[in-house]
Design a protein around this ligand. Structure first.
Ligand code: DQA
Length: 145
């Protein structure tokens, strides 16, 4: 099974940015944690992080052409603005889990809208880096059914 893990803008700044929301782990810590977890389940993971909306759309399309079985996506701030990312996830028809490190529902009003959510099979918020592991587990379970 192959899962694409896609992170949007500013997630490369994990460990530096707003530790009260995102903790002190870095992006490298995050990818290491996910890789270690996925390898125990024999799942291949491919990581991508970009600060650019169109690049994120390209990578979602790449998941289709490379026959990924699942996508875990944290679109960062584009969650709250991007119809293009919503349309990309809809286009590829790959089971996709939306993850947010912070508990977005307890934050500002502008974070209460998620465009991508309508195309996702599940949303996980407020579980820190562990949310990505839960997303992988969810997709792995779905794949076997
Ligand atoms: C985030 C929440 C977003 O509102 C924010 O813009 C991010 C990170 C999260 O992981 O909690 O960049 O997606």
């Amino acid at each position: 099974m192959k899962i694409f893990v896609i992170n949007g803008p500013n997630l490369n700044m994990l460990g530096l940015r707003e530790k009260e929301h995102y903790g002190s782990g870095t992006y490298a810590d995050l990818t290491e944690m996910i890789s270690a977890h996925a390898s125990t389940k024999n799942i291949d993971v491919e990581f991508y992080q970009s600060n650019h909306e169109g690049d994120l759309v390209d990578y979602i399309q790449k998941a289709y052409f490379e026959k990924a079985d699942g996508i875990v996506i944290n679109p960062g701030a584009y969650t709250h603005t991007s119809v293009a990312i919503l349309d990309a996830v809809k286009s590829v028809k790959i089971p996709t889990v939306e993850v947010h490190i912070s508990k977005v529902e307890e934050r500002e009003d502008f974070r209460q809208v998620s465009y991508v959510r309508a195309a996702c099979v599940k949303t996980i918020t407020g579980e820190g880096f562990g949310g990505y592991l839960k997303a992988i587990d969810f997709l792995a379970k779905e794949d076997k059914q």
